[in-house]
Ligand binder design. Structure first.
Ligand code: DX5
Ligand code: ZN
Length: 234
């Protein structure tokens, strides 16, 4: 009999994490207040090193400043080589969640433990071409999985629909093991796919352009949250 996903293993309500990558870096404080008052529950921070991905973005000093500017959880997505060198530093700088790419780290178990030991929630990120089954022997060692639905490096790319199937397979794995990790999706998320992603088993959606490049970003947050709830109720 096919197993349906178990709500008891998921956060009570779906979470929206606007990605600051698409915000105006000269007014991050205002943008934080805007997403906070609009009801977003998490702040997604894309850390890129110009090596694991072609782009260079935000580092530790910016995370320290963001920490002083919001009470929302800071979710640092590390797109860097050798994540063990910096992962715990991001927790010390104020990150609540830190995720590392499986493709960047041959010692995931060690790096995830370092994040948890520093007091953070530890996540593994999978690029579009990396199967969820590669996580089988790490279940229990991470708090969440981030599935990339674009190739990491830039905002504003098109959603890769095959990730929906990965979400479902990961949800099945969670149900079979009875371990309450949450599932996050990042890249090309918007009004067209938000409900479907939640329905498939995702718990937290990252959205950059769909929030900050919208005509009215505050309404965009509210609209996405509403759409996400449909995926839980319909
Ligand atoms: C891409 C980043 C994403 C990006 C998403 O490498 O990890 O977080 O900001 O942006 P959108 O939602 O515009 O695809
Ligand atoms: Zn990201």
């Amino acid at each position: 009999m096919p197993m349906s996903h178990s709500l008891s293993l998921r956060p009570a309500s779906p979470l929206l994490a606007p990605s600051l990558l698409s915000a105006d870096f000269s007014r991050l404080g205002e943008d934080l207040r805007m997403i906070e008052s609009a009801g977003a529950q998490v702040v997604h921070v894309d850390v890129m090193d110009g090596r694991f991905v072609p782009n260079i973005t935000i580092g530790l000093p910016v995370v320290e400043s963001l920490r002083k500017a919001t009470t929302l959880p800071l979710d640092c997505h590390l797109m860097i080589v050798e994540p063990l060198r910096y992962a715990a530093e991001f927790v010390k700088a104020g990150a609540d969640w830190v995720s590392i790419h499986q493709e960047a780290d041959p010692h995931l178990h060690r790096t995830l433990a370092a994040i948890r030991q520093a007091g953070g929630k530890a996540g593994v990120v999978l690029n579009p071409g990396t199967p969820v089954e590669t996580l089988m022997d790490l279940v229990g060692d991470f708090d969440f999985v981030l599935l990339m639905s674009v190739n990491p490096g830039f905002g504003g790319q098109s959603f890769i629909p095959r990730v929906l199937d990965k979400v479902k397979r990961l949800d099945t794995l969670r149900t079979e093991r009875g371990v309450p990790f949450f599932i996050q999706v990042d890249g090309g998320v918007g009004m067209k796919n938000a409900a479907d992603l939640i329905r498939a088993g995702a718990d937290c959606l990252v959205a950059g352009n769909a929030v900050f490049k919208a005509e009215e970003p505050k309404r965009a947050v509210a609209g996405l949250l509403e759409e996400m709830l449909k995926g839980r109720t319909a």
